[in-house]
Design a protein around this ligand. Structure first.
Ligand code: K1U
Ligand code: ZN
Length: 170
């Protein structure tokens, strides 16, 4: 099921999300719904708070060409980050059509629980690294615009407030 994606500003996008204690059938369904919602958008990642669920779950698939590589990560934690930084022009499905350069560690190691309840750990680089960090930020109530200066952030927030007003009138 495709779920509606919350648009910034929304108080649910600023909240610290709760860890998942047990991978229940409802949470597996949520992960499947989030992947369907992400592919439909389309996007390369999605975090549970973006669909209004304040739990520590993210999904990703950063393969643009070739066979899909869907991933669902419960309770993801960065256990190592490179000193090297990389810059990527980020977007966000909760901030449509707005893009800005963000600097982040070029590579990270992330530990998480998979849909079967097993612990996984993997090193990410390139777009996967940018995306996993962007999605984990969502779980901590942080958006990519929080890395920008106050003027740019305010300008984007005003545009989004206007967009939400227009969409509500439709
Ligand atoms: O969290 C989100 O809002 C999803 C976001 C993830 C992301 C993208 C780029 C850099 C960092 C994080 C998106 O997927 S935005 C859409 C996007 O980047 C994309 C859409 C279609 C094809 C390829 C990329
Ligand atoms: Zn986002």
């Amino acid at each position: 099921m495709i779920r509606p994606i919350l648009i910034h500003p929304d108080p649910r996008l600023k909240k610290l999300c709760e860890p998942v204690a047990e991978i229940t059938p409802e949470l597996r369904q949520l992960a499947a719904d989030m992947l369907e919602t992400m592919y439909d958008a389309p996007g390369v990642g999605l975090a549970a708070p973006q669909v209004g669920v304040l739990k520590r779950l993210i999904v990703m698939d950063c393969i643009k060409d070739g066979p899909a590589q869907p991933m669902a990560l419960f309770n993801p934690v960065v256990t190592w980050a490179s000193e090297d930084l990389s810059t990527y022009e980020e977007g966000c499905l909760s901030i449509p059509e707005q893009y800005a350069d963000v600097n982040r560690p070029a590579e990270v190691i992330v530990r998480w629980t998979d849909v079967d309840g097993a612990t996984q750990e993997r090193q990410f680089s390139g777009l996967w690294s940018t995306c996993v960090q962007h999605e984990i930020d969502h779980l901590d109530g942080k958006l990519f615009i929080d890395y920008l200066g106050p003027l740019k952030r305010q300008m984007i927030t005003r545009k989004m407030t206007k967009l939400k007003r227009e969409r509500a009138r439709e």
